[in-house]
Design a protein around this ligand. Structure first.
Ligand code: PRP
Length: 187
């Protein structure tokens, strides 16, 4: 399916200004909740890297950061929850207050997998912050502790999110609609 280019059909779902304000609010909430607890933020690559970079600058307590790289097995099994780790954690999370940082929560399969994998390393706690939540798409009953925006079931790109590895660099979040080819008519 050809989704076209985001900059040819720039329907903005969430502007950079809306995002900035909401990320600031999330940072303030996390600052309050984790006072005296130095959370260890684990960003999930690749999509969460832009959000994570902005979020840490709105958290006004000591934090440490790490990244976990994951990819779905094969293009046809996206969102199957069967993922391959492409970059492991650099430091132990044992006894740490882990905060998973995701760009989007969709079926919930990836998060379920992540919670299982990270919990096996005996952290003190594991919580989740996601910028976007497509709650209507949930298959596995997981929830995030902090949600930036609940969105409808539309394909979004920008601010770290991609289509076929493109558009991650866009400052706003766009809806990417399939390009509908005109059909020949019988006449
Ligand atoms: C996205 C997102 C989550 C996952 C959520 O990653 O970052 O990890 O999908 O989907 P789910 O709830 O249906 O499991 P994606 O596979 O697009 O990879 P990317 O972060 O490298 O873009």
């Amino acid at each position: 399916m050809d989704h076209g280019k985001a900059n040819q059909a720039p329907e903005i779902l969430l502007s950079r200004y809306q995002i900035e304000q909401r990320v600031g609010e999330l940072g303030a909430e996390i600052t309050r909740d984790y006072h005296g607890r130095a959370p260890h933020l684990v960003g999930i690559l690749k999509g969460a890297w832009v959000f994570m970079a902005d979020l840490v600058r709105h958290i006004d307590i000591d934090v440490t950061v790490d990244f976990l790289g994951i990819t779905s097995y094969g293009s046809g099994t996206k969102s199957s929850g069967e993922v391959k780790i492409t970059k492991d954690l650099d430091v132990s999370i044992e006894n740490r207050e882990v905060l998973i940082v995701e760009d989007i929560l969709d079926t919930g399969r990836t998060l379920k997998y992540l919670q299982q994998v990270l919990s096996a390393h005996k952290p003190r706690s594991v919580r989740v912050v996601t910028l976007l939540d497509k709650r209507s798409r949930r298959i596995v009953p997981v929830r995030a502790d902090y949600v930036g925006f609940e969105i409808a079931d539309v394909f979004v790109v920008g601010y770290g999110l991609d289509f076929d590895q493109k558009y991650r660099e866009l400052p706003d979040i766009h809806v990417l609609r399939p390009v509908v080819q005109p059909q020949p008519t019988d006449s």
